[in-house]
Design a protein around this ligand. Structure first.
Ligand code: ADP
Ligand code: MG
Length: 334
């Protein structure tokens, strides 16, 4: 902006004091993968031959995506985990990330814990924070992740084919079970709550599985808004239908102990688990299992893909189950 003639050359910054100290202290780390990281107007990343960038942004808003008072270290983990999960769902290898942060106050203890949770997960995936933005405002975390995938080998939502089998990683529904307890919809006993809460607050992005499924799986999506809803995205994008065997969904101990209606609702419509839902040709079943074992991730075969563009939900006896479950839509009427 042009300066008024008499304005001092070093006008006071428009940003709140402490912003740059805050960035330097909590978010600036030496750049190794980036040519230039935090500190200039842009980060500089080396473009890689024969690779494509997979890029995704996810925003976490207090009161909407997490409850006020959520443990900041877990929040740091989750903010990055949900973004890494999108890379996993594309079969992309995480490279780096950016962090746009609105904070009500520069609370040192909160920032220390938040950044430790964030960088711990970043370290596990060998990725670095290359830039971002920091401002005062209601608590809001917006992360952007960048990943790399060999040209043409990303796992896309529109690639499911009739004849594919439908697979899910992990145990979907446990995060929703924890949320129901926090909301007072039901009460879990201490050990079950601890297990389910860890799934809600510290989800594991299935990055290794996504990478291992390249060249084997057709379509993939990460389950963030509920299994049925996210499956619907794949089916619509691929112009196919599916049969989902509700009783083939893995339960684990904690879900198995729940009443059937609650368990089904959590498994089919609960979000926030960040498991991978994917399709693969029946002929690649053994390869899927080998890939999952190599990634150290449990996978379960839960249905099949058909040409007819309908979703059928069936029980163990093959009877059709009414599908009254809808997944989370932020703009749906309450
Ligand atoms: P500009 O005004 O040029 O956009 P900023 O003052 O917003 O720059 O940020 C200075 C530097 O710090 C930039 O490199 C930016 O990417 C980085 N940065 C700002 N906030 C964060 C953050 N929360 N995490 C990581 N890097 C940040
Ligand atoms: Mg800026």
């Amino acid at each position: 902006m042009a300066q008024a003639p008499d304005a001092p050359v070093s006008a006071a910054p428009a940003t709140p004091p402490g912003e740059f100290d805050l960035i330097a202290r909590y978010f600036r780390r030496p750049a190794a993968r980036a040519l230039l990281g935090v500190g200039d107007d842009c980060a500089l990343l080396q473009a890689e031959p024969d690779q494509q960038w997979a890029i995704s942004t996810d925003m976490l808003v207090e009161g909407r995506h997490f409850l006020a008072g959520t443990d900041p270290a877990r929040l740091g983990h989750k903010a990055l985990a949900v973004n890494l999960s999108d890379l996993a769902a594309m079969g992309a290898r995480p490279h780096s990330f950016l962090l746009a942060l609105a904070l009500p106050a520069a609370d040192a203890a909160w920032l220390e814990a938040f950044s430790s949770g964030l960088f711990e997960l970043a370290g596990q995936h060998g990725i670095e924070l290359v830039g971002g933005d920091t401002t005062r405002g209601p608590l809001n975390l917006c992360l952007t992740v960048l990943g790399l995938v060999p040209a043409g080998s990303a796992l896309r939502r529109d690639a499911a084919r009739a004849g594919d089998e439908l697979w899910i990683s992990g145990v979907p529904g446990e995060a929703r079970l924890a949320l129901g307890h926090l909301r007072g919809e039901w009460t879990l006993e201490a050990a079950a709550l601890e297990h389910a809460l860890a799934r809600l607050e510290r989800p594991t992005p299935r990055v290794a599985l996504g990478l291992a499924l390249r060249g084997i799986a057709h379509a993939a999506i990460d389950v963030s808004d509920g299994l049925l809803g996210d499956l619907g995205h794949v089916l619509r994008a691929s112009a196919v239908g599916a049969e989902l065997r509700a009783d083939a969904l893995p339960r684990g101990q904690v879900l198995a102990a729940q009443p059937e209606a609650r368990r089904r609702a959590c498994q089919l419509a609960g979000g926030d688990d960040y498991e991978l839902l994917f399709t693969a040709p029946a002929s690649r079943r053994a390869d899927v299992l080998t890939a999952a074992a190599a990634a150290g991730t449990q996978v379960s075969r839960i249905g099949s893909v058909h040409a007819a563009r309908e979703l059928h939900l069936i029980d163990a006896a093959g009877r059709s189950i009414d599908n009254e479950f809808c997944s989370f839509d932020h703009f749906a009427q309450p």
